[in-house]
Design a protein around this ligand. Structure first.
Ligand code: ADP
Ligand code: MG
Length: 237
């Protein structure tokens, strides 16, 4: 699903955090929103998700204007830095939860949970509780739960930040594999340029609520539009 932000503006009280941002995310691509802490990456993701209402501009999913709709009605899957699994529920029930609240049939839930669990390679962990899994496994469960409703877009907010270096490497390629296998449109929020460059088709680099450049990793690395972009990618002038 193609996603379009058209003059998207967001304020908190008197403070405008995002000012008339334009951004298009192509159908089936994985786009990184890359920038330093506090530049407005999560705010942008929350707006796409529908958790935040916006103060100006429009958000389009395909040709549909979803600006005034809520997170419940937009078909989005979200994974946060802290996986926020339900500790008292089994892994099966954690993944099934979005379908259970929709009162889907037991047979359909079982079929869908097993399909998604196989995709993210946790088919053997469904009886366990979250506390019995490693950080990487918990993040796989969070991904499965985000994908269970077959969303139009997958939104990932610093999904690897809580993992140690080895798991972070493993999950980088795993998330990318899952994105490519499903063909889902995805947005990855990160402050880590290596993560953005290694996982994504295109990078939108942000600073202080503005997008400075949108390009493929190699294009941006070879032709950074400003010294800030060059410096942030680790290729200073
Ligand atoms: P990032 O995800 O890039 O680190 P955020 O989108 O979380 O940045 O925040 C962008 C700016 O908006 C920051 O200055 C932050 O302090 C401010 N901000 C974020 N959420 C709120 C909020 N709920 N209320 C007030 N200010 C906020
Ligand atoms: Mg953030």
């Amino acid at each position: 699903m193609r996603i379009k932000l058209d003059q998207f503006t967001k304020s908190f009280g008197e403070v405008t955090v995002i000012d008339q941002m334009d951004l298009e995310i192509n159908d089936g691509e994985m786009l990184a929103l890359l920038g330093p802490s506090g530049c407005g990456k999560s705010t942008t993701l929350f707006a796409i998700c529908g958790i935040h209402q916006i103060n100006g501009g429009r958000i389009l999913f395909g040709d549909k204007d979803v600006t005034r709709t809520t997170a419940q009605t937009r078909n989005v899957g979200v994974v946060f830095q802290n996986y926020a699994l339900y500790p008292h529920m089994s892994i099966f029930d954690n993944i099934a939860f979005p379908l259970t609240v929709r009162k889907e049939s037991k047979e359909l839930i079982k079929k869908e949970v097993h399909a998604i669990a196989d995709l993210v390679h946790i088919g053997n962990l469904l009886e366990r509780k979250p506390s019995q899994l490693s950080g990487g496994q918990q993040q796989r469960v969070a991904l499965a739960r985000a994908l269970i409703r077959r969303p139009d877009v997958l939104l990932l907010d610093e999904p690897l930040a809580n993992l140690d270096a080895k798991l972070r490497l493993e999950m980088r390629s795993e998330i990318r594999r899952i994105q490519l296998e499903t063909g889902i449109t995805a947005v990855l929020v990160t402050h880590d340029q290596v993560e953005a460059m290694s996982m994504c088709d295109r990078i939108a680099i942000m600073d202080q609520g503005k997008i400075l450049q949108v390009a493929s990793p190699t294009e941006m690395y070879d032709n950074p539009i400003t010294d800030f972009v060059a410096g942030f990618l680790g290729n200073p002038p």
